[in-house]
Ligand binder design. Structure first.
Ligand code: SF4
Length: 65
């Protein structure tokens, strides 16, 4: 049976990351921790978060608000 675990995609392993410019080519951010994710969303808005971020979906869930 295959494992259904969530696989984390970090910027360093992402094909959208520009290593020379040291930034995301689509202008998103992917904080590593839940606290940093909440703080980023508070300052920049949820739309600034990358789709690969582990906590983004939970923040978009209206039940959590
Ligand atoms: S923010 Fe997201 S899309 Fe951008 S480089 Fe990092 S992981 Fe990739």
């Amino acid at each position: 049976m295959e494992t259904q675990g969530i696989r984390r995609v970090t910027c360093a392993r992402c094909r959208l990351y520009d290593r020379l410019a040291r930034r995301c080519t689509i202008g998103k951010v992917n904080p590593r921790t839940k606290l940093d994710t909440y703080e980023t969303a508070r300052l920049l808005g949820v739309r600034a978060l990358c789709a690969f971020n582990l906590y983004r979906e939970k923040m978009l869930d209206p039940v959590c608000k």
